[in-house]
Design a binder for this molecule. Structure first.
Ligand code: ATP
Length: 142
């Protein structure tokens, strides 16, 4: 038994059975979120953008309904990224390294969902921040 075999023998067997308790399920859900952060470089940009919006929103003292719309917009983008990552993983599992026109459709449509969600978030952001930005812009431009 070499070092590799010894390491394998001490590792727990990969789980394919159903989760047996809440903490186990929670652990796997958190692993899923971790996968999203690792696999999707765009996700890191979305988080950065959400932090900027949060700080600007606090600075201009947004109201409750504005925060509600921003929350909806941020979660719509995050949910679209979850779906995109799921589709990519399932497609790669099915077709592997080979090209398939339907794999292209699935992945392109999943990316399109993220783009649509980002467009929605931009519209929400413009509508909410426009009253704060426009007067300052006019002041700057004289
Ligand atoms: N197996 C495949 N068969 C056909 N087209 C593919 C396949 N894999 C990837 N593609 C094409 O390449 C594009 C990018 O692939 P992939 O989604 O894996 O990369 P990505 O950069 O992680 O995408 P995203 O930025 O949406 O996360 C897809 O949108 C699709 O057009």
């Amino acid at each position: 038994m070499d070092l590799h075999d010894k390491k394998k023998a001490t590792e727990p067997a990969p789980q394919i059975e159903k989760n047996t308790h809440f903490l186990q399920a929670l652990g796997h859900a958190l692993e899923g979120i971790g996968q999203l952060l690792v696999r999707e470089r765009n996700m890191r940009f979305h988080i950065f953008a959400a932090i900027v919006v949060l700080l600007v929103g606090i600075y201009v003292k947004l109201g409750r309904s504005d925060w509600l719309w921003i929350t909806v917009a941020v979660f719509t983008v995050i949910m679209a990224e979850f779906v995109n990552t799921m589709v990519e993983a399932i497609v790669d599992l099915i077709v592997g390294e080979s090209y398939h026109p339907l794999a292209k459709v699935a992945k392109d449509v999943a990316s399109g969902a993220v783009l649509a969600a980002v467009a929605f978030a931009i519209v929400v952001g413009v509508l909410i921040f426009q009253p704060y930005i426009l007067p300052n812009l006019q002041m700057l431009l004289g």
